[in-house]
Design a protein around this ligand. Structure first.
Ligand SMILES: Nc1ncnc2c1ncn2[C@@H]1O[C@H](COP(=O)(O)OP(=O)(O)OP(=O)(O)O)[C@@H](O)[C@H]1O
Ligand SMILES: [Mg+2]
Ligand SMILES: [Zn+2]
Length: 261
């Protein structure tokens, strides 16, 4: 990767090391991809590992809320629906323009079809380009409003991530109404999401949403005002009904056999 990877602020780095105590302090101490052996085997071919870059990317992506599973997968690993993939690629190809004009995406489809992965591709790309980008689940957003969720310092950091994100992925909209693990009422959960999207629209900030729900399901659950906000600020990308879950075949590359991209 030619472009320099953004160095995290001291504040972000402090929170990250608190969240992940095992995170190596320097690439000489450890590498998430090769484990320190300085090479990885990709598709059977031994390849040198750029440990310094790998650790920097690992931290950049964790800081953007992208967990390890999605870090090691890149666009070239995509085996899902091509039309949906092309639509997301088109969005990424005009990312600057999309972020400047506050445009987002609503990605909808069945369980396991790859919605979160596609969202993660966008957030990773935005983070690499130096944008303030963040990925979170709507369920975590709800949990963050509960007293005693994680610690106060993390909670403050999380809120700041959400507020300052130039591009924010709200993953799995609707799950919070099914799980009810937050202990909040449907109405409260809906209000939180609606007001967040309203604020972001007023600030001209881009939001990406993934959901299992159909537009009709969403229309039943959310207000007309919210739906028109969605349609005004987001391009709707829908997986065809024929799209199948990728989860049963999903493979995790082991240390020594993976690169963060
Ligand atoms: N096209 C793909 N290529 C490689 N791996 C994939 C692909 N699509 C999905 N996966 C893997 O399959 C699993 C499911 O993908 P993902 O979590 O993105 O689905 P989802 O549509 O968000 O599902 P859900 O509706 O349950 O949230 C993940 O482990 C992901 O890494
Ligand atoms: Mg998902
Ligand atoms: Zn390495």
């Amino acid at each position: 990767m030619a472009a320099a990877i953004k160095i995290l602020s001291d504040y972000d780095a402090k929170i990250l090391y608190k969240l992940y105590p095992d995170l190596p302090k320097s690439y000489r101490e450890g590498c998430p991809s090769c484990g320190g052996q300085k090479y990885v085997v990709l598709d059977g071919v031994q390849t040198p590992c750029n440990c310094k870059e790998q650790l920097a990317l690992y931290k950049l992506y964790l800081d953007a809320g992208v967990g390890p599973t999605f870090q090691y997968l890149s666009q070239k690993d995509w085996h899902g629906d091509q039309t949906v993939f092309d639509a997301v690629t088109q969005y990424v190809n005009s990312l600057k323009k999309n972020i400047e004009s506050g445009c987002g995406l609503l990605i909808r489809g069945d369980f396991g079809t790859g919605k979160s992965l596609l969202g993660a591709f966008v957030i990773k790309y935005a983070a690499r380009k130096g944008y303030l980008a963040y990925m979170t689940t709507v369920a975590d957003l709800m949990d963050s409003l509960k007293e005693g969720w994680k610690d106060a310092e993390f909670n403050q950091w999380y809120k700041n991530k959400i507020d300052s994100a130039q591009i924010l992925l709200l993953d799995d909209l609707g799950r919070e109404l099914i799980d009810q693990s937050s202990g909040f009422s449907d109405k409260y959960a809906k209000n939180i999401v609606e007001s967040l999207l309203r604020t972001r629209t007023q600030q001209n900030r881009s939001t990406l949403i993934t959901t299992n729900w159909s537009m009709d399901d969403l229309r039943v659950r959310y207000s007309n005002a919210f739906m028109s906000l969605l349609e005004e600020t987001m391009t709707v990308i829908e997986f065809p009904e024929s799209a199948v879950s990728y989860r049963p075949q999903a493979q995790r590359a082991e240390q020594g056999f993976r690169q963060i991209i």
